[in-house]
Design a protein around this ligand. Structure first.
Ligand code: GMT
Length: 391
């Protein structure tokens, strides 16, 4: 198949999923054309059968808000016509689904048939999509897409509850390449960060408000204050014994840094910004914290699980479909910093439990969310959509 994929190319789960999907589809013999305003961030190396088409928006003094959605639709039309696309697959409804539906309708008037598949990821439904300033347009784009998928069962239900749409929404969960995301020996790196054998916690996010990054700092500060040095260690009973890596960047980074300074734990927290490859960081991590206020799936947690890292997360959205409470980690209510601290302490101070959860996390990633299980589900979805519009 010849597939056009549009996504947000910068850091963020939907862009990661779209890019990894495109690369995997290319590896399975399809041709993939990415259409976006910048090169998707995980498309760092040249991949056979993958092309990139940059969307440029003309600036004009009249445009206080450059009309990206229209420039994107025009580029989709251009690529569909000249590259002979079979299908357009857009990730994140706003504005991608609307641009794709517009492009499809314009192409239809020219006698070209090209179906649109929209994958819903998260705030395109839960937050931004429900905003009255967007809702009717999002509703229309979902309803008139030829195929709609959601990354968790929770998101599917949320979409059908919140929007007046007749379309079927198929759940195709997010995935991870468990060959790439696996625990690698990185002892020298680990030694540099935790020279005294401290336990290492990681939080990876785009530091938007919804991620509650300051809660991760607060959980860490409470653990640090009480101390998690193991029995028999000369510092057992003293504060410390744990370090925190804050990975990523975004609007709440400065506030999270301030929280670490205010809590007096700055020396044991490293804010390392956006990083690739993240699997190297996860390979030295003992525990992953995801205290989000909303999370339709939690791709960053899945990547950690694939690297043998148990997860303490909030009990919200699609996270229970990924992180099994008491098995791969723990789930606690949003904002329950005390509960998350206790859960983290339990995992970090009981080596047998930690090892069991680490194994269970990896197993769940491999058995339920491996790339080779999930990508064929997209291929099958494309096949049904194409057959549906040809019928
Ligand atoms: O909704 C967002 O915040 C944007 C989106 C993204 O592009 O980062 O994140 C969502 O999609 C990811 C990939 O499907 C999911 O793993 C995240 O859980 C989801 N984020 C939220 O729901 C907050």
């Amino acid at each position: 198949m010849n597939i056009g994929i549009t996504c947000y190319p910068t850091f963020g789960g939907s862009g990661v999923v779209a890019t990894e999907l495109g690369k995997a589809l290319a590896g399975r013999g399809h041709t993939v054309h990415f259409i976006a305003y910048a090169l998707p961030m995980r498309l760092e190396h040249m991949v056979e059968n993958v092309y990139f088409h940059e969307v440029r928006v003309n600036t004009y003094p009249l445009f206080e808000y450059p009309p990206y959605a229209l420039a994107l639709a025009s580029k989709m039309i251009d690529v569909a016509q000249h590259e002979g696309l079979d299908l357009l697959h857009v990730h994140y409804a706003i504005p991608h689904a609307t641009s794709a539906v517009l492009a499809r309708d314009i192409l239809r008037a020219k006698g070209i048939t090209i179906p649109v598949v929209t994958t819903l990821h998260g705030t395109d439904i839960t937050l931004v999509g429900k905003d009255p300033g967007f809702k009717p347009v999002v509703e229309h784009a979902i309803d008139t897409s030829d195929g709609v998928t959601a990354v968790s069962d929770w998101l599917r239900r949320e979409t059908l509850d919140s929007f007046d749409v007749a379309s079927d929404v198929e759940v195709i969960p997010n995935f991870v390449d468990t060959d790439r995301f696996r625990r690698q020996p990185k002892d020298h790196f680990r030694q540099a960060i935790t020279p005294d054998g401290e336990r290492l916690i990681a939080h990876v996010s785009n530091f938007r408000k919804v991620k509650r990054a300051a809660d991760a700092v607060e959980v860490f500060a409470r653990l640090h204050q009480a101390g998690v040095w193991p029995e028999g260690h000369p510092r057992h009973g003293q504060p410390g014994g744990v370090k925190l890596l804050m990975v990523g960047d975004g609007p709440d980074r400065a506030a999270s840094e301030a929280a670490a300074r205010d809590a007096g734990v700055w020396a044991d927290v490293r804010f390392i910004g956006k990083q690739e490859p993240v699997e190297e960081i996860l390979s030295i991590t003992d525990l992953f914290l995801m205290p989000s206020a909303s999370e339709t799936f939690g791709l960053a947690a899945l990547e950690a699980m694939a690297c043998d890292v148990p997860v303490v997360s909030s009990d919200v959205g699609g996270l229970p479909e990924l992180n099994v409470d008491g098995e791969t980690g723990f789930l606690r209510p949003i904002g329950d910093v005390g509960g998350m601290t206790e859960a983290a302490r339990t995992v970090l101070t009981q080596p047998d439990l930690h090892a069991r959860m680490a194994r269970a996390a990896r197993r769940r990633a491999v058995e339920c969310f491996d790339i080779d299980r999930i990508v064929p589900q997209y291929e099958a979805h494309y096949g049904r959509v194409i057959a549906g519009i040809e019928a």
